[in-house]
Write a protein that binds this ligand. Sequence first.
Ligand code: PMT
Length: 357
Amino acid sequence: QPIPQKSTINGHLTSVINGGMPEHYVRSLSGASTPASSSSPGPVSAEVYFASHVAPKSLPDNAEKIRSFVDRHMHEGRRVVLVTSGGTTVPLETQTVRFIDNFSAGTRGATSAEYFLEEGYAVIFMHRQFSLQPYSRHYSHSRNCFLEFMEADGDGIHVMPAYVDKMRVILEKYRETQKAGTLLTLDFVTVNDYLFLLREAAQIISKMDVHAMYYLAAAVSDFFIPADRMSEHKIQSGDGLLNLTMEQVPKILKPLVNDWTPKAFIISFKLETDEALLPMKSLQALKRYGHQIVIGNILTTRKRVVKLITHDEESEIRLTQEEDEVQHIEIESRIVPELIRRHAEWIEACGTRGECG
Ligand code: PMT
């Protein structure tokens, strides 16, 4: 393996671990003399991870918000979905200047959250700070800056007439959601924030039993630097090559499914770049963790095609070219109703008949 020169990973380091960077590159970062191999230790257990890392300061406040949100919507008879969205970072220094990032703009999560809200679900939207969010996603980030839709004249500032109809629909939905109080947004930055927040949320939401759904669209780091091995200060560039040894992040789906929330309806995502690997990797995840659905997607086609893999079958949701490019249909508008239908079946099977297998 060629070792990347420090200059290639120095400065504002925002390399992608499992969203787009090939694994061999990650491994070469983990030290030339000790490449990850079959003899490498596996991930630490979730239990060991939580015992040896510090929870984010915002956790107690967020827990309180989740608790009152869940209590209220349980009381009002709404189903709750927890949507995770965006990528997690892995800091290289405690006082972080550099970090490794995961690919995800948050489009999948933010778009899906809107369709869940439309279908009457209460949504806990757990997202990477500054990634796309429901409703505002239509007018944020570089391609859709809201200023592009505005004009100024003697009467003040207005939305340009060509955009009014579309913006009115989005604004109305946004206001309705605000009024109903059906959207709770919580943010994370690092993989550590994500792991603690997901555990806390799951333990609170578990009281909803089969009526809760998890839609795990976030791109979660697979490797991290344990807190006790992280440099406190900015890593200096005068010392030549930078070799990093990273450990595997515990697979959080395991305790989620088995311990924290065993009766919830859980959907995870699998992102691959090689189409040939996708069915096998998705099925492997399903068997390993025992949850209900894996949604497989390929990086380059993820907005047009997804595969839904369950223990019994595999199906596909695919937009035609016309639907995608002319009608601008969002694939999430097909994914979400299908999942809601399957969640209802799960409630019937697991909740009513006790067949939770
Ligand atoms: O946001 P966009 O730009 O629209 O992109 C959307 C997406 C491509 C990021 C999304 O559709 C997607 O595929 N998300 C999952 C990407 C991913 O990296 O999967 P993974 O192979 O790291 O993890 C698979 C599943 O295992 C995930 O559901 C994750 O929640 C779970 N996981 C991952 C790591 C870890 N330590 N523990 C886990 O349980």
